[in-house]
Design a protein around this ligand. Structure first.
Ligand code: ATP
Ligand code: MG
Length: 337
């Protein structure tokens, strides 16, 4: 690809928190699969959000390990460091620097209205200030790179809306500086639900792993979780997210793995029992995730190589982030050194 082609490509950027040993199906279908597609069509930046991770308590050794594990899963799922800039959030100090500036533009009420803050604050005994300012850091992640599109799951829509508002607010107050990004949220696969509680989103931080399919799960574990997925007392396989959330979630996941639109999947299982759908889905998921799991395990055997790749990514990311933060500091009136 030539330099002029790169410059005309729209820029895609997103991150995933280093908050678990394995990413889950929601992260994979809602976010990571989009990343892999966009690296061929966009100027792509994907990072491991270790700074976001510490908004709730993390064990330091585990956090470091999970940062590398998340990087390995990015590559295992098909991200290519030749095509995408892959980096660790804390390697670029400008994220924290811009976050501070944006925090000072964010209203307290605005931050308190974020549903993720309300959810996570409700679940944690100790509520950190970082949990409240999380969306300002997320806005900084995005605006630093002048991203055009941000591929994320539905749960991040509200944060993206705030990012757009902050970009516009800054531009209005200090002069045109930031690109106002578009959300890249896929319609049907944007929210994968917990298999045990199909009204809650599948989450790394869910209290029990029983309803969460991890992409690194052993095939047997994975099949068992699908087989015990909560459905309903009806027997008809139909897509009805309100009335039949459990079955609809299974159909969505099947559709994402098979590439068949949901009506086609419903037709395929016409007249069959819930058990059939669960077994077929477990088989399909095991086969689809097998190469991801195997590649990830191989990559984890060579942490030095992963670290080298992340170092190169950080250099590429820093070049852009430092240009933006210099301009921001100038515009807000910080005296240069
Ligand atoms: P945590 O519980 O620690 O917040 P998480 O499971 O929400 O973890 P994140 O790292 O916060 O994962 O999110 C990474 C990406 O995955 C985001 O783009 C987010 O929107 C997406 N995502 C998370 N959960 C789901 C889900 N259940 N369905 C679809 N996308 C999801
Ligand atoms: Mg999350």
């Amino acid at each position: 690809m030539t330099i002029s082609e790169l410059q005309t490509q729209s820029r895609s950027l997103s991150g995933i928190q280093a908050t678990s040993d394995s990413l889950h199906l929601g992260n994979y279908i809602g976010a990571l699969q989009q990343f892999v597609e966009q690296q061929d069509t966009h100027d792509a930046f994907f990072f491991i959000a270790n700074m976001h991770a510490i908004t709730v308590e993390q064990d330091p050794t585990e956090l470091r390990d999970r940062t590398l594990r998340t990087a390995a899963q990015f590559l295992g799922a098909g991200l290519d460091p030749e095509k995408s800039t892959i980096f660790v959030q804390s390697h670029i100090p400008a994220h924290a620097q811009l976050s501070w500036v944006l925090e000072c533009l964010t209203g307290l009420g605005e931050a308190q209205r974020m549903t993720q803050f309300k959810d996570k604050a409700g679940k944690n005994e100790h509520v950190s200030l970082g949990l409240l300012t999380y969306p300002a850091l997320m806005a900084a992640d995005i605006l630093l790179y002048q991203a055009d599109v941000v591929p994320v799951g539905e749960d991040q829509r509200q944060h993206l809306e705030l990012t757009r508002n902050l970009a516009e607010r800054f531009n209005h107050r200090y002069g045109q500086t930031f690109t106002v990004p578009e959300p890249g949220i896929l319609k049907e696969t944007a929210k994968i639900y917990d298999l045990q509680d199909p009204t809650a989103k599948m989450s790394k931080s869910a209290p029990s792993p029983a309803g969460r399919i991890d992409i690194l799960d052993e095939p047997k574990v994975l099949a068992k979780k699908f087989k015990s997925a909560v459905t309903d007392n009806d027997t008809v396989i139909a897509y009805d997210p309100e009335g039949k959330p459990g079955v609809s979630n299974l159909l969505t996941i099947y559709s994402a793995f098979s590439g068949t639109p949901i009506p086609g999947v419903v037709a395929e299982f016409d007249g069959k029992m819930y058990g059939h759908l669960k077994v077929a889905l477990a088989d399909l998921a095991v086969e689809s995730l097998r190469p991801v799991r195997e590649r990830t395990q191989e990559l984890l055997n060579d942490p030095a190589e992963l670290a080298r790749m992340l170092h190169i990514g950080a250099d590429k990311a820093a070049a852009i982030a430092e240009t933006t933060i210099r301009e921001v500091y100038e515009r807000v009136g910080f005296l240069s050194r």
